[in-house]
Design a protein around this ligand. Sequence first.
Ligand SMILES: [Zn+2]
Length: 308
Amino acid sequence: MSADKLNSKSGLIEAIEYFSDPLVCLETVAKAKWPNGPECPKCSGKKLSFLKTRLMWTCLACRKQFSVKVGTIFEDSPVQLNKWLTAMWLVGNCKNGVSSYEIARDLGVTQATGWFMLHRIRYAMHTGSINKMTGTVEADETFIGGKARFMHAHKREEKIKGRGPMGKAIVFGLLERETGKVRTHHVPTRRKGDLQAIVRENVEPKAALYTDALKSYDGLDEYTHKVVDHAETYVDGVVHTNRMENFWSLLKRSIKGTYVSVEPFHLFRYLDEQSFRYNERHSTDAERFQKILGCVSGKRLTYARVKG
Ligand SMILES: [Zn+2]
């Protein structure tokens, strides 16, 4: 996307205007998907002819016809790209998230389609980093939800798996102080095995690890592990998990305010969405949009997989 069109000052109005041209949408996605120019998904051929009336390419080597949606989260979706890109802009930039009802109303699609689009966009926002966290890391757990008690008994039994006290879902989070970035995980229990495996997967040994006094953290000896003593918070100002707790309150506000209920099965995607916006909080709207756009390729989520 040319920087002179969408820049640091661009807001929703500019974005919608920009996306109103189907050819511009196609070029925007094509540039993110194929930085070195379009290529055939079948034979990787680069000699193509472009059919402007159908917005499709034909590979001159193998005759395969394909659109810019191939191999992306937009694949097999009849929804036009301008709606997809606008939805991505909204999800990336609305602080507390967007509901499927808002997407449906704003973009003129059904609520079911809006819901599906949101899930695909969240999937793109799932940016699992391969680098381990270093320096000082805050670790903390929280409980989300707890509506399971209103459900029918057999349904409740099904839902209650992966939940902690009172049918609440347990979320475990890590925050790297130096970068201010979080990683969140929906965990089945707060037991040692569940929490320590995630710490070891995500945090470099020798890092300073600050946690609460939960026994599950005992034995993380490869870290400089310090336990937050809430009675002494004002004595030692460094050992705390305040930033992780701040993230929890943002997460809960978002889930409460925007989403009526979150099924435990889908919780990790909401976590991805909220973690993404938090980690990109110092970026501009256009930068956040661009970041999601950079993640749409190679990720395709079918309806069956969304539904589980
Ligand atoms: Zn080909």
